[in-house]
Each structure stands twice: as structure tokens, then as C-alpha cells.
Design a protein around this ligand. Structure first.
Ligand SMILES: Cc1cc2nc3c(=O)[nH]c(=O)nc-3n(C[C@H](O)[C@H](O)[C@H](O)COP(=O)(O)OP(=O)(O)OC[C@H]3O[C@@H](n4cnc5c(N)ncnc54)[C@H](O)[C@@H]3O)c2cc1C
Ligand code: SF4
Length: 474
């Protein structure tokens, strides 16, 4: 081991500065700053360069993490950006919003005793700074293949697929019903986690690489799916998973009860000046109760705080240690003033003409195990009522397959997720149609959607007989 691999003994883990609570809750701006070049190099130098990098294995796109950390330590920014883009189509996004504590940083050898290398913040630094300094993906050696793919959905899966295709000379046209690209990156995740300009910059990069976007085009309504099958060599479907899980609670239909995504999108549209201003849901001065413990619930909590709600209470039916969402976003919610009620299950939403409160019951762990976790059960006789002027339901999302799947004989699982082939990854039962992201795996993460979009592109290259290049490893 050379001396520099022992830097972690002298250099503590650090993150870029986080805005103080008062400043951050007064706006929707991102709350984390950026490393300086010197700080990025110093933090990168903490990497042990383990022979078998667990971080790389745990990262869903298998980023070459130790290699780009070394390049940053040596100040070789453009080479780091080039390497980072070989495995990830949206590194600046993943660096910001991946749950690193469960993924790369959770697997870092230094994590337990010394604090993991700040992998996410360095990944974000690389692309942000390289783009600012003029770096752009180099496609000068790419030769057109004459093939053309239609991508339905401009979320992370669709964008990643298009990225890998154009790097191999396959033309990609991406259709989306929204007026902007990004899917949930734009119309879901709030700007204090991911600034919308970051997604717009990515659009410019992709357009510069030759990706065509047809936005404001709802496939099935504005253009028949059949037309895509006729006009393109293959179709990649990445339309997400949008059916909100209902709680089945009495009172869920009362005015003042809002589905999480409706609330978040209304506020994003308000901030971006899109949509009908009358659709904006403002919870200023309201006592807000958020039901759920995932990323979506945390985003609703923190949006309501920024809207100046009178109070925000988040209820979750499991313990704090079992929260689904990112720990970082949970910690930020607590710092920003959200109150949490753990081990509480809503049993009814109360009110006559509009919502007035929520009835909760205390829960405990049951004996059954489902999906690797013990179930929870209500403790009899523990009901309590809390007051609320607004209730946001954030119980997650189920599959919402577009109708053309059934019409074209594209097979689905009983829960509505699209079936894909193990033989040619992400090919559906229709040989010309591929699928990936939330519509295949269920509501998950940006980085897993990116991985599947890239893998699907790889399968299409195999189908077309195009040799995969090392410049975009999928
Ligand atoms: C509130 C919220 C917060 C989240 N926070 C995080 C986080 O912090 N970190 C993280 O990793 N993940 C997070 N996620 C999950 C992540 O956003 C998703 O897993 C990811 O965006 C899925 O990507 P996708 O490309 O499969 O689908 P989507 O991002 O949903 O994109 C699908 C796209 O398809 C388009 N579309 C659908 N039907 C049609 C049609 N008929 N015609 C044309 N276009 C169509 C939609 O308009 C949309 O743009 C969050 C999700 C939510 C809801
Ligand atoms: S993509 Fe996500 S998991 Fe992979 S290195 Fe980046 S932040 Fe970590």
C-alpha cells in the first residue's frame, strides 16, 4: 500500500456545505453546495483503492468509482467525466439523489470505522464542473448504422437508452407527453433535491449528441403505438409506474385529501410557470399530515414546509429504522421541522364536508414475513385522533401499463408490470419491443431505471448486429 492510500487516516469524510435550515426552507433551491477542486481532490484521495471494490459492485450501473476518484485526486477532470459517462447516462443526477447510504457508500470499506468516501458528491462534482468547463461527450468516431429506435418516455430509463443508442450510431427519437424531458426527475422530484436546470442541461447534451425529442406527444392519443412499430426498427417503452396506491381508508375522498404526486406536480408546475395556475395546491397555514415513509412522503413533507404550512406531521406504520426512503432526506425533513409519528397506521380520515383529522392506531411487528420483512399489525384499543386541514397520501405507486401493451399482445405479470426476456435482456414478448425502468421493475430508483435503459439499448444493438463499444458499457 502506498502512503496516499492511507489518507483516510488523516482526512475525515466531508460533504459539500449544506445550506442552513432557515435559508433552505425559504426557497426551492438545492440545499447542498459543491466541492472546490481542492476539496474534491482531498476527499477523493481518501479512497483505499481496494483490490475488489465493493462500491462498484453495489452501484447498480457498476461505475468505475475508484478509477474516477483517482483521476479527480490528480486533477484530471475531463478524463474523469469521460470515464464516468462510460457506465452512467445521468451521473450528475445519480450523484445528487441516489440513496448512497444503501448503495455505493454503504458498501465502501471505510464506511463503518472511518466514514465512506463521499462518492455521490464527487460524482456530481465531476459532471457539473466538466460541463461548465466545456467538456462534451465525443461522438466524432461514431458511424451511423441506418437503424432508428423510438423511445416512449423521457424519464431516466428512456434517456439512458437513447444515450447508449446514439453512441453506437443508432438514431433515437424520444417521445413524451410532458413538455419537458426527465419524467419524475422533472415532474415529481422537487427542485430542492434536483434543480430543474440540471435536467435541461442534460437535454442540451443529448440533443448535441443527436437524440431527437418529440415532447407534448402522448403515444396512444396523439400518435398510435402501431405507427411506431411500423416506422422504427425497434421501440423502447419506459412509461413509468403511476397508479397511486390507495389506502382504502374511510374519508379518503374528502376535499383536502390529496394524492402525493398530484401535490408535488402542482407545486413544480407553479414553480416552472407551467400548467393551469388554478391547479396549484398551496398548503400555507394548513396543518398537514403526510401518510407514508418513502422518498415521495419526504418530498411532500419538505414541500409543505417550504409552502409555510402551519405544521407538518408524517406518520409511518413501521419504526424509524425501517423507513423506506433515503436517510439523508429523512434527516433533512427532521432538521426542517417535520414531526414524525412512527409505528402508527391510519385507520380513517375524519371530517364532515372536508378533512378535519386522521385516526391512527399504534402498530407492532407481526409474525408473518413478506418480501423479507415482518408484517405489521395494529395493537387493539390504541386508536387516537390527530387534527389536520390537509392530508397527503403517499403510499407508493403500482404499475400503470399503457393500453397498447394488451392490444399488441405484450405480456404483463398479474400485477401489471411488463414481462421481459432473460434471453435478450429487456425484450418483451413482442420481438421488436423492449421495456425498462419502473414499468418493468415497479417504482424504484433513478439509477436502476438508468441501468435498465442502458441494458435494453445493449440488447437492441445485439438484435441489430451492432458491435458494442467500450465508450458506453451497458
Ligand atoms: C416523488 C418521488 C421522489 C423520488 N425520489 C427519488 C430519489 O430521491 N432517488 C431516486 O433514485 N429515485 C427517486 N424516485 C424514483 C425515480 O424517480 C423513478 O424510479 C424513476 O424516475 C423511474 O424512471 P422511468 O424512466 O422508469 O420512469 P419515469 O421517470 O416515470 O418516466 C416515464 C415517462 O414516460 C412518460 N409517459 C408515460 N406514458 C406515456 C405515453 N403514453 N406517451 C408519452 N409519454 C409517456 C411520462 O410522461 C414520463 O415522462 C422518486 C419518485 C418519486 C415519485
Ligand atoms: S450511480 Fe448512485 S450508487 Fe452508483 S456511484 Fe453514483 S451515487 Fe453511487
Amino acid at each position: 500500500m502506498s502512503d496516499s492510500t492511507l489518507n483516510f487516516l488523516n482526512v475525515p469524510r466531508a460533504e459539500p456545505a449544506k445550506a442552513p435550515v432557515e435559508a433552505r426552507t425559504a426557497s426551492y433551491a438545492e440545499i447542498y453546495g459543491q466541492f472546490s477542486p481542492a476539496d474534491a481532490a482531498t476527499q477523493a484521495s481518501r479512497c483505499l483503492a481496494c483490490g475488489n471494490p465493493f462500491c462498484e459492485w453495489k452501484c447498480p450501473v457498476h461505475n468505475f468509482i475508484p478509477n474516477w476518484l483517482k483521476l479527480i485526486e490528480e486533477g484530471r477532470l475531463f478524463e474523469a467525466a469521460e470515464l464516468s459517462h462510460r457506465t452512467n447516462s445521468l451521473p450528475e443526477v445519480c450523484g445528487r439523489i441516489c440513496p448512497q447510504d444503501r448503495l455505493c457508500e454503504g458498501a465502501c470499506t471505510l464506511n463503518d470505522a472511518f466514514g465512506a468516501v463521499s462518492i455521490g458528491s464527487i460524482e456530481k462534482y465531476i459532471t457539473d464542473e466538466a460541463l461548465k468547463a466545456g467538456w462534451r461527450p465525443d461522438l466524432s468516431g461514431v458511424r451511423p448504422t441506418g437503424r432508428h429506435v423510438a423511445v416512449v418516455g423521457a424519464g431516466p430509463a428512456g434517456l439512458a437508452c437513447a444515450d447508449v443508442l446514439v453512441r453506437h450510431g443508432v438514431a433515437a427519437t424520444v417521445f413524451d407527453r410532458h413538455p419537458r424531458i426527465g419524467g419524475l426527475l422533472t415532474f415529481g422530484i422537487p427542485p430542492f433535491k434536483l434543480d430543474k436546470d440540471i435536467v435541461e442541461t442534460r437535454r442540451e447534451i443529448l440533443e448535441g449528441m443527436g437524440v431527437r425529442f418529440e415532447l407534448g406527444r402522448d403515444i396512444g392519443r396523439d400518435l398510435a403505438f402501431e405507427t411506431l412499430l411500423d416506422d422504427y426498427d425497434a421501440v423502447f417503452m419506459a412509461t413509468g409506474a403511476y397508479r397511486a396506491v390507495a389506502g382504502g381508508l374511510a374519508g379518503e375522498q374528502l376535499p383536502g385529501v390529496v394524492p402525493a404526486l398530484t401535490y408535488l406536480i402542482s407545486n413544480i408546475n407553479h414553480e416552472l410557470g407551467l400548467g393551469d395556475p388554478r391547479d396549484w395546491i398551496s398548503l400555507q397555514d394548513r396543518r398537514v399530515v403526510v401518510l407514508g415513509g418513502g422518498d415521495t412522503a419526504m418530498d411532500c413533507n419538505r414541500t409543505a414546509i417550504r409552502q409555510r404550512a402551519a405544521s407538518v406531521t408524517c406518520t409511518y406504520r413501521r419504526a424509524e429504522s425501517e423507513l423506506n426512503g433515503s436517510r439523508r432526506d429523512y434527516r433533512s425533513s427532521v432538521e426542517e421541522g417535520v414531526s414524525f409519528l412512527f409505528n402508527r397506521q391510519p385507520v380513517a380520515i375524519l371530517g364532515r364536508d372536508r378533512v378535519e383529522g386522521v385516526r391512527l392506531a399504534t402498530t407492532r411487528l407481526g409474525t408473518e414475513v413478506r418480501r423479507g420483512r415482518r408484517t405489521v399489525e395494529v395493537v387493539p384499543g390504541t386508536e387516537e385522533d390527530i387534527e389536520a386541514d390537509a392530508v397527503i397520501v403517499a403510499f407508493g405507486f403500482e404499475a400503470s401499463p399503457p393500453p397498447w401493451c394488451a392490444e399488441r399482445g405484450i405480456e404483463l405479470h398479474p400485477n401489471g408490470l411488463v414481462k421481459v426476456s432473460p434471453a435478450l435482456p429487456f425484450q418483451t414478448s413482442h420481438p421488436k419491443v423492449f421495456a425498462g425502468g419502473d414499468m418493468v421493475r415497479g417504482s424504484d430508483l433513478v439509477v436502476t431505471a438508468v441501468f435498465e435503459g442502458r441494458q435494453a439499448a445493449q440488447s437492441m444493438l445485439t438484435l441489430f448486429g451492432v458491435e458494442a463499444s467500450d465508450a458506453a458499457r451497458a
